[in-house]
Every structure is written in structure tokens, then in C-alpha cells.
Design a protein around this ligand. Structure first.
Ligand code: HSE
Length: 434
């Protein structure tokens, strides 16, 4: 017999949790999409009396998560605590108790996703996590439902709103990195301690989940080269601009000769590409597949409204599965993909941007290019930037042709020993193959 009422238990009522509670208590969206009642039965949070922007009935609250996990009437548990310790216990217990789970916890899924997926499968329940990747953008749904006919060749994304906000400030308003970070904090985009975003770890977690869905491969976070934006200098933003590029923190993965290349790094993106126009705290993911071709998904990647929309949609999706008796309809990750080996970082092939502050004298360009030529690294452009014209030094950039990461790193070590340079080599990746 189909259920008339599906009960939800929410664990963690912070910013996103409050949005979800409001959607469920006061929302109407599910009425259009569900033939049964969806009820928020209980909320577990340590601070029931905290001031919240929406009125959530106080009698729904408990401070004990077990009241939800042990309640046989609760069908769907929503985990919005964050972190990997207590949240892991909550999700594990919920799945073992045969409750469906919705979470936004990318860090936990990137570390324990496979184990949690196996547990969900063993217990015949769903584990949904749309909000873990790009907040409100339904990109996981697009991949595992909209693109099921396609073989995905590559994808790349701006998946961290904080970094994109900071880079936009540096690029559009010439802000220094430190000032752009402060602005992101003042405007509520960056956390008080934004390290996790700035070092690229948040993007890395999202990349792991995107790879699992696009390629059916599980690549561990520690196996993916990750570079954040903390060392980016305003000078490089200006040089990139003169070269026709913008610098974005890009999480990308692509198949090349049947192998998988993936990385998170600040990358020069052509000003003409759609991703170059993604500003402020917005996210976007570009996915190229066959037969579909190029697709792009754009929207808000964080915040109460966008993220609670994704969580609530997951709840509704699972409620539908329960109502129609088709739980487990979608695999947690597309993990049965054709095995394709990950290319070691050293062997990845890319184009590179190199930048130096050098002595202003003849012979500098030939000394720099000689180091590259000796290693068979092709150069596609050499520029002495105009904005440093009145200075007693030169700002020089080289753009290279495709070469391997290993060759490039070796070259940089040698370049750093040259007497004519006044600063260490700045090496950034340039988009290629998209
Ligand atoms: N800190 C993340 C971001 C929030 O800035 O995109 C959502 O993961």
C-alpha cells in the first residue's frame, strides 16, 4: 500500500537547515510534485531557541538526534550538521535503520562516499546529495538523469563561490588578494576561516563527486593534484587580462586516450568562454559529452536559498520513490563505468603561463627561452607587459604549447636559478582541450 504521509527528520538546523525546515513547514512546492503528504516530523539541533529568519515551530525541536534515528515513523533523514565525525555516525545509523538519507556534506562523501553508497545499497535505501555540489545548481541530477544517454568526454567547473568572489574582486576591481578575502567575509561569502575554500579543498571534494558521477570512477581526494588561489598575485590577473584570459579556480577532469586527467588549479580561461563570464559567488559547470555536445549549468552555489532548494528537491525525489515503491532506482554514484586509469599528475599535458619580474636588459628573453627550448617545451607567445614600462624592471610572460607537468616543473626549477630574474617563476595552467 502506498504511504499517505512521508515523514522527514532534520538533523542540523543552521543556515541551510533553517531554509529546508521553512520549505517543508511553510512551502508549497511539494504539493505540486507529490501525490502524498510530506511532513517535517522532528528537528534535532543543539540550539532550538536560536534566532532564525523563519518561524519554525519550537515543538518540532529536540537536542537528541537519536529521537529521529530511532523513530520508526521517520522515512527520510536529512543530515545538515557538516564535518565528518558526528555526521558520519548519523548517516551510518540512519542507513542501517533503513532510512533514506539526504545530505549536503561533500567532505564526508568525498572521504566515505563509497562506503556510504554500499551501505545504502545493502539496506535498499536512497542516499541523495545534490546540495553537496554547486548548491542550488541541479548538476548531479543533470548528470545522472539528463545525460544518461551520453558518454562524457570532459567537464570543468567553477565550483567554489568564495574563490570566485575573490577572483572577481581582483579581476574587475583590481583588489589585492587580502582585500578581496576581507570583502568576501564582510559580504557573508567566505567563512571566518576560509582556508578550506582558498586552498582548493572544497573544490576538490566536489570534483571527486563529479568524477564519480561522470565517469563511474572513484578517485581518492589525496590522488588529485590540488592548488588553491592563496598565492595569486594581482600582477598575474593583469597579465592574463592582457593576454585575453581570466583566471578562475577550475576543477576539471577529462579523458585522453582512454585515461583520466583531473586537477583543481587556478587556470587561465579564454575571455570568450562561457565560464569566463561567471562572476561573484556564482558557480558553473561545463560538461561535454557524446552525442549531446557542450552543456553548461549555472547558478548560485551556496547560501540558504540555493542550497535548501537542492536539499528539498532531493527530499521530494526520495518521497516520490517511496510513494511509487521504486527506492534505489538511481545508483548513488555511477560506479560501474568502464575502468579508466588516472594519469599521474607528472604526466598530465597542458599549456602553461609563466611570469617573471626580470632585469630590464638585453638577453633576458633568450636566457628564459633557452631553458624551455632545451627541454623541448614550445613557446606560443612572449610578452613584455606595457604596464611595467616605466619601472626599472620588466614583467615578462611566456605562454607555452602543450607539455607535461613534469617537464614544466623541471624547467621552472632551472629558470628559478637564472640571475636575470628578480622573482620566482609564477607557473599557472592554461585551458586546453575544452
Ligand atoms: N564554501 C563553499 C563555497 C560553500 O564557497 O562555494 C558551498 O560548498
Amino acid at each position: 500500500m502506498t504511504k499517505k504521509c512521508i515523514n522527514v527528520g532534520l538533523i542540523g538546523c543552521g543556515v541551510v537547515g533553517t531554509g529546508v525546515a521553512n520549505n517543508l513547514v511553510n512551502g508549497i512546492a511539494q504539493k505540486r510534485h507529490l501525490p502524498c503528504e510530506l511532513r517535517l516530523k522532528r528537528i534535532a539541533d543543539l540550539y532550538p531557541h536560536k534566532e532564525r529568519p523563519y518561524k519554525i515551530p519550537l515543538d518540532l525541536f529536540t537536542t537528541n538526534a537519536d529521537e529521529i534515528l530511532d523513530d520508526p515513523e521517520i522515512d527520510i533523514v536529512v543530515e545538515l550538521i557538516g564535518g565528518c565525525d558526528f555526521a558520519l555516525k548519523v548517516i551510518t545509523k540512519a542507513l542501517e535503520k533503513k532510512k533514506h538519507v539526504v545530505t549536503a556534506n561533500k567532505a564526508l562523501l568525498a572521504e566515505y562516499g563509497r562506503e556510504m553508497a554500499a551501505l545504502a545499497k545493502a539496506n535498499g535505501v536512497d542516499l541523495y546529495y545534490e546540495a553537496a555540489v554547486c548548491g542550488g545548481i541541479p548538476v548531479i541530477k543533470a548528470i545522472r538523469e539528463g545525460l544518461t544517454a551520453d558518454s562524457i568526454n570532459n567537464f570543468r567547473g567553477i565550483v567554489n563561490g568564495t574563490c570566485n568572489y575573490i577572483l572577481t574582486g581582483m579581476c574587475k576591481y583590481n583588489m589585492l588578494f587580502e582585500d578581496a578575502v576581507k570583502a568576501a567575509q564582510m559580504n557573508g561569502y567566505a567563512e571566518a576561516d576560509p582556508t578550506f575554500d582558498l586552498i582548493g579543498k572544497d573544490s576538490l571534494h566536489k570534483l571527486v563527486l563529479l568524477i564519480a558521477n561522470c565517469f563511474g570512477q572513484w578517485i581518492k581526494p589525496e590522488d588529485i593534484y590540488t592548488e588553491g588561489i592563496m598565492d595569486l598575485d594581482q600582477t598575474d590577473i593583469r597579465c592574463a587580462e592582457e593576454l585575453g584570459y581570466v583566471i578562475k579556480l577550475i576543477a576539471q577532469a577529462k579523458k585522453r586516450d582512454g585515461k583520466l586527467e583531473c586537477m583543481v588549479a587556478p587556470t587561465l580561461i579564454s575571455k570568450k568562454s562561457l565560464l569566463a563570464g561567471v562572476s561573484d559567488a556564482y558557480n558553473a559547470v561545463e560538461i561535454n559529452g557524446s552525442p549531446i555536445g557542450r552543456t553548461v549549468y549555472y547558478g548560485e552555489g551556496a547560501g540558504m536559498n540555493a542550497t535548501s532548494s537542492a536539499v528539498t528537491a532531493d527530499i521530494i525525489d526520495i518521497a516520490r520513490n517511496i510513494y511509487y515503491g521504486c527506492e534505489g532506482r538511481l545508483p548513488v554514484f555511477a560506479l560501474e563505468g568502464e575502468k579508466c586509469e588516472k594519469v599521474p599528475t607528472d604526466e598530465m599535458e597542458m599549456r602553461y603561463y609563466l611570469r617573471w619580474k626580470t632585469d630590464d636588459k638585453p638577453g633576458v628573453i633568450s636566457a628564459l627561452s633557452q631553458e624551455l627550448t632545451e627541454r623541448e617545451i614550445g613557446i606560443s607567445s612572449v610578452i613584455l607587459h606595457e604596464f611595467a614600462k616605466a619601472q626599472p624592471y620588466s614583467i615578462v610572460t611566456f605562454m607555452t604549447r602543450e607539455t607535461t607537468e613534469k617537464k614544466m616543473r623541471d624547467a621552472v626549477q632551472a629558470l628559478n636559478k637564472l640571475d636575470c630574474i628578480q622573482s620566482r617563476t609564477v607557473m599557472l595552467r592554461v585551458e586546453s582541450g575544452f
